[in-house]
Design a protein around this ligand. Structure first.
Ligand SMILES: Nc1ncnc2c1ncn2[C@@H]1O[C@H](COP(=O)(O)OP(=O)(O)OP(=O)(O)O)[C@@H](O)[C@H]1O
Ligand SMILES: [Mg+2]
Length: 507
């Protein structure tokens, strides 16, 4: 692409406020055809707000906005779609009860401008079209099945199929990889590259720098709602980007301090759920961080959910501080002293319409309601220290969780569970979607809590996080614990080997 070419997308000094909250102060971004442009910044920097202006979700307060050189001003998402903009959000937005095909062609069947318009559409033709799209993307998804129950990866692919069928010239992906496994990320990247090679413009938002460096050619940094810089990826470094993002020194990641390892807190024996995991036995001691490593889909989250009682299990026992924990009874588990920060925090961890303070205080209701009466004051008093601790960036605890940035929502869920003062913390992907500065803060916090005697079971797909934080690494493969490696012996090689060794032959 020559520098003289008109960018597909051009934003200059775009601003957007919500009442007193300035979400976007001065957002600028220029993306050319045939380019994959990274947009990075801390939680709450304004990335998603910028995207939503382009998508027609919000109308900007000020600044310039051009598509293909033409000034535009979208009053609705439909207008933005018609202009060739497709957005894949942090959370897919499919209709669960509709079929995959219906989701792809949603809203375009009667008055669409695509190539299906102008004639009566029979379902068979639509399914065939969907199948053809999936073939092109190299994926296998049954177009007739409902969207309900599809993995996030597949839901995103459907959103992309929809974008292609609309012939979008600009595709924006807002943290698309946050919930994907390695293979799924590779598949998504292959699709993104082929769209780039067709001459489309792509915007990619991620907190993972390795992905930015692997996939993108250009990177724009935002901070506090404002544009900071744009560089060729080949001409910059991770530490330069981080410095621009945070505008201050970031503490070391994985500031592991050695804690005294005490009594057994969690004792799991022979846990089994048919088809998911079997013969799972392990212990976590006071002050110990045990990392549960393995590939996505190996059964780590399933084991965690069974231990906490969200899911039932078929056989085995769970004991906490010497007392049996009732099966399939999360309330009982909480009473026994367990806390569980789930993987899918938005769906499982947060009352999205509730305030931040309510969310944080929700599990400690019984403790703070002295006379059976819970006042907003008592909730906020309980929530405040944890919100501050995790740097939940919100003007007030009465802000709705739904209006917080994605990363800040995650911090609220973590804060909520820490406020229960648990004996055991099970945390699934502790820093997914969390920016680099807060990541260090979460790690410091986990380390410190372990130092105070908390037992921590940490599931993480990020190997550096597991190796950096855990006293002991348990590797799960195909529903079984295949290795138990002490901190000093754990290396990326031996953990990966235990996670991936094929069952054919182990030498
Ligand atoms: N509808 C809204 N009402 C009030 N405030 C909002 C609204 N939407 C966003 N904000 C605020 O604007 C700021 C920017 O949020 P935004 O979601 O754009 O951040 P982000 O860069 O995408 O962060 P993350 O990396 O955590 O996803 C945040 O402080 C957020 O709380
Ligand atoms: Mg966001």
């Amino acid at each position: 692409m020559s520098a003289a070419t008109t960018p597909v997308l051009e934003l200059r000094d775009v601003s957007k406020s919500f009442g007193p909250v300035v979400a976007l102060r001065s957002g600028s971004l220029a993306v050319g055809a045939g380019s994959i442009h990274a947009l990075v910044g801390e939680n709450g920097a304004g990335k998603s707000t910028l995207v939503k202006v382009v998508a027609g979700v919000y109308r900007r307060d000020g600044g310039e906005f051009r598509l293909g050189g033409q000034p535009v001003d979208f009053a609705s998402t439909a207008e933005s779609k018609d202009a060739g903009v497709a957005v894949i959000y942090q959370e897919p937005t499919l209709f669960p009860d509709l079929s995959v095909t219906e989701n792809i062609f949603m809203g375009r069947m009667p008055l669409g401008s695509g190539r299906l318009s102008g004639r009566r559409i029979d379902k068979g033709a639509m399914h065939a079209e969907a199948t053809a799209l999936f073939q092109r993307l190299g994926v296998h998804i049954d177009p007739r099945r409902p969207a309900l129950g599809l993995s996030i990866a597949d839901q995103q692919i459907i959103e992309i199929a929809k974008a292609i069928s609309l012939d979008a010239r600009l595709l924006i992906m807002d943290e698309p990889t946050a919930a994907l496994s390695g293979n799924e990320v590779a598949r998504l990247f292959a699709v993104a590259r082929s769209l780039r090679d067709e001459g489309r413009a792509l915007v990619f938002i991620s907190h993972r720098f390795d992905e930015v460096f692997e996939l993108c050619d250009t990177v724009t940094v935002m901070r506090d709602g404002s544009y900071i810089s744009t560089d060729r990826v080949a001409e910059t470094t991770e530490s330069q980007i981080v410095a621009k993002m945070v505008g201050r020194e970031v503490g070391d990641l994985f500031p592991k301090t050695v804690a005294e390892i005490g009594e057994v807190v969690l004792d799991v024996q022979n846990l089994e759920t048919a088809g998911e995991f079997h013969g799972v036995s392990f212990q976590v001691r006071a002050g110990e961080i045990v990392g549960l490593a393995g590939l996505v889909g190996a059964g780590r989250s399933e084991i965690a959910r069974a231990v906490f009682g969200v899911d039932a299990y078929d056989a085995g026992t769970v004991t906490l501080a010497g007392k049996p924990v009732p099966a399939h009874d999360p309330r009982g588990a909480i009473r026994a002293g367990m806390a569980f920060v789930p993987e899918d925090r938005r769906q499982q961890g947060l009352v999205i319409q509730g305030s931040v303070g309510k969310n944080i205080a929700s599990v400690i209701r019984s403790r703070i309601s002295k006379s059976g009466l819970i006042t907003a004051g008592s909730e906020y008093a309980a929530a405040r220290p944890w919100a501050d601790r995790l740097e939940v960036k919100t003007n007030a605890l009465d802000m709705k969780a739904a209006t917080m940035s994605g990363g800040n929502q995650q911090k609220v869920v973590i804060a909520k569970w820490l406020a229960t003062n648990p004996k055991l913390l099970i945390i699934d992907e502790p820093t997914r979607g969390i920016d680099v500065g807060t990541k260090a803060e979460v790690h410091r916090l986990l380390s410190e809590l372990a130092g105070q005697g908390l037992a921590i079971l940490m599931i993480s797909s990020e190997l550096p996080e597991v190796l950096g934080m855990a006293d002991r690494v348990l590797v799960v493969r195909e529903g079984q614990i295949t290795a138990d490696i002490a901190r000093d012996d754990a290396t990326p090689e031996n953990v990966m080997a235990a996670a991936t060794r094929s069952s054919e032959k182990a030498s």
